[in-house]
Design a protein. Structure first.
Length: 276
């Protein structure tokens, strides 16, 4: 057991390990377990001594089942992370999350941290403060797929007792890139603190938590997730001056400036040919 974290986990599966957040969490998460199993459709590079890799496509149940077997917990980051044609999102995010939870039932995994997104609520106004009890208002196919993942995980908790934290990640990058991100920013260290809190809280149940640092401006209230004990230690405030001097004032008539989802509310929803 790693006493620094207090973990009780032997093997944690990290999906989407080759992606931006997967790479950021990889070294940090190895402190939470004896063995960190990485999975992705892409290569993850050289492995550390406590890492293993299972290449798996989320749209293929057998591959995902091989990644899940033997794990005590899953941090599920894998999938499409931006707006995309519905059929691609359906394979990676909708079918993918179903496969992951079916594999969790099959192999007895009882706790999952699911990377949801602020785009579940992207159509709320930047002038509102919302919490986890407010109804979803997804801003596109991508946000819709995360709504599906949140509901699916709720059903697998009620039916099978699999506990899930749906982390509605804001904007997790080394630093906020624009004025919107002053509200939505989540530092990599706070992301790790949040994932650790979700993994380690004694009773998680099915919880929706907004993934943000301790930013002065915020649109999200985590009052429904106090039981996980997440305490952010970083803040976008230290970047405020830099962001204000390098970006121009938002046009408040612009939909992207008015809605919490930012530019995602304006992303073209790629239309595909339906039928013959
Ligand atoms: P990313 O796009 O960099 O990484 C996603 C990873 O998933 C990639 O390595 C990709 O190869 C893998 N993947 C895609 N389709 C797959 C499939 N069919 N089977 C297996 N693996 C597949 O995204 P990022 O930024 O690392 O985000 C990680 C997660 O967090 C995503 O689920 C994203 O929706 C969510 N998120 C991220 C935010 C951020 O600020 N970075 C904000 C909100 C949510
Ligand atoms: C997300 O869900 C995306 O995965 C990420 O690329 C960012 O754009 C983020 O939300 C955001 O809203 O800033």
């Amino acid at each position: 057991m790693n006493s620094a974290i207090g973990t009780t986990f032997n093997r944690i599966l990290l999906t989407g390990a080759a992606g931006g957040l997967g790479q950021a969490l990889r070294s940090r998460l190895s402190k939470n377990c004896e063995v960190l199993r990485l999975s992705d459709i892409q290569s993850v590079g050289d492995l550390q001594s406590n890492e293993e890799f299972v290449k798996a496509d989320l749209s293929d149940f057998e591959q995902i089942s091989s990644a899940v077997v033997g794990c005590d917990a899953i941090v599920h980051l894998g999938g499409i992370s931006v707006e995309a044609p519905f059929k691609s999102i359906m394979q990676a995010n909708i079918l993918g999350v179903y496969h992951l939870y079916e594999a969790a039932v099959k192999h007895g995994v009882k706790r999952i941290v699911f990377a949801s997104s602020n785009h579940v609520v992207g159509y709320y106004s930047q002038g509102e403060t919302i919490d986890a009890e407010d109804a979803p208002r997804p801003d596109g196919y991508y946000g819709l797929s995360k709504v599906y993942g949140e509901s699916l995980s709720r059903m697998y908790f009620d039916r099978y007792g699999i506990e899930t934290a749906c982390v509605r990640i804001g904007s997790s990058y080394p630093k906020p890139k624009d004025r919107r991100m002053l509200a939505t920013w989540l530092s990599y260290d706070d992301l790790h603190r949040l994932v650790t809190a979700c993994l380690e809280t004694p009773i998680l149940n099915h919880t929706i938590v907004f993934g943000m640092s301790d930013n002065a401006v915020t649109w999200w209230d985590n009052r429904c997730a106090k039981h996980i004990g997440y305490r952010p230690q970083d803040s976008s405030d230290s970047f405020r001056h830099e962001v204000f001097t390098t970006t121009s004032s938002p046009d408040v008539t612009d939909a992207a400036a008015r809605h919490q989802g930012g530019n995602f509310v304006k992303a073209k929803l790629p239309r595909e040919r339906l039928g013959n």
